[in-house]
Design a protein around this ligand. Structure first.
Ligand SMILES: [Zn+2]
Length: 131
């Protein structure tokens, strides 16, 4: 049996959740910071005390966001640079490999924040969690 849905006033819109994710803020209250360092997440929201990692392995889903964005940008860049600008595969290999390594690192925090926003949008019971 699932938990009851929270009242509508407690449920932010998807736009609000994405806005909070882009600002790296708590999806529930929009106040607390998600990260205390570049790669280190806070355990809980400093404002509403929401526990960010809901279960072990919770953030594995964020790698799908990171992977999808990397693949889309890599594909568009390859097609534009190879077929549009006429650069050879040899010329493109180094820069595109560097992109594939660096971009997911740069996107790390936002992919986790977007994953939480998506999770909170799809599972509204998390707004009722007290622990
Ligand atoms: Zn919060």
């Amino acid at each position: 049996m699932s938990a009851p849905d929270p009242p509508p006033a407690m449920r932010p819109s998807l736009q609000t959740l994405i806005s909070r994710a882009m600002r790296l803020r708590c999806p529930r209250c929009g106040q607390g910071l998600l990260f205390v360092g570049w790669f280190r997440m806070a355990e809980r929201c400093s404002h509403c005390h929401l526990k960010y990692e809901r279960a072990p392995g919770y953030f594995l889903g964020s790698t799908y966001i990171s992977y999808a964005m990397t693949v889309v940008i890599l594909t568009v860049a390859y097609v534009a640079l190879h077929f549009g600008a006429g650069l050879s595969n040899r010329q493109l290999t180094g820069p595109l490999v560097a992109f594939c390594v660096m971009f997911p690192l740069l996107l790390f925090r936002h992919s986790r924040a977007l994953w939480m926003a998506l999770d909170f949008h799809l599972d509204k019971s998390v707004f009722l969690d007290e622990d």
